[in-house]
Design a protein. Structure first.
Length: 169
């Protein structure tokens, strides 16, 4: 199945996250995206659950839990796609979440990676602590996100709906 975009979800003993969030990923992913779960040797029945409930999802079974970077690197080496979406297993996606990102990449071939705005699951009107609206480094080398000042999260009122270069995603 050749598709332009591969949504790859790294999983380790995250069956409860798959149960909760994978249905929306499948529902709201565009037609030219395939969804793949890369499992890091889970022992909670994650792979069996996927096989029984989501036969349309590709499964890559890593032989060990090599952690985040190794898990993704091993999985991505086995996936053929023009674009890769690395999606944490505890993310709730919404309608039309992929097309704007793919459109930006299509129009800007010099862009290697991008990040959408990420809102808090528990306070959806506010930005997420970890990624918010893009990562930056200040003049002193301190990392920060648009949408978060230290522990204070901003409310998303569209103030960061622009596309701009960020330091990390």
């Amino acid at each position: 199945m050749d598709k332009k975009t591969a949504v790859v979800i790294l999983n380790w003993n995250g069956k409860s996250f798959l149960e909760k969030f994978l249905p929306a990923v499948l529902q709201y992913s565009s037609q030219d995206a395939r969804v793949i779960v890369a499992d890091n040797a889970s022992s909670d029945g994650s792979v069996e659950y996927l096989k029984a409930h989501f036969p349309e999802v590709g499964i890559i079974e890593n032989p060990e839990n090599g952690g985040f970077a190794k898990g993704y690197n091993d999985a991505l080496a086995k996936v053929d796609a023009e674009y890769f979406v690395l999606l944490n297993s505890d993310i709730e996606v919404t309608e039309n979440w992929i097309p704007p990102v793919i459109s930006l990449l299509d129009k800007n071939p010099e862009v290697a990676a991008c990040q959408p705005i990420i809102r808090s699951y528990h306070q959806p009107e506010k930005f997420e602590y970890a990624g918010a609206a893009g990562g930056f480094i200040d003049a002193f080398g301190y990392p920060f996100c648009r949408g978060r000042i230290f522990q204070q999260l901003e409310e998303d009122q569209g103030q960061y709906n622009d596309a701009l270069e960020i330091f990390w995603a």
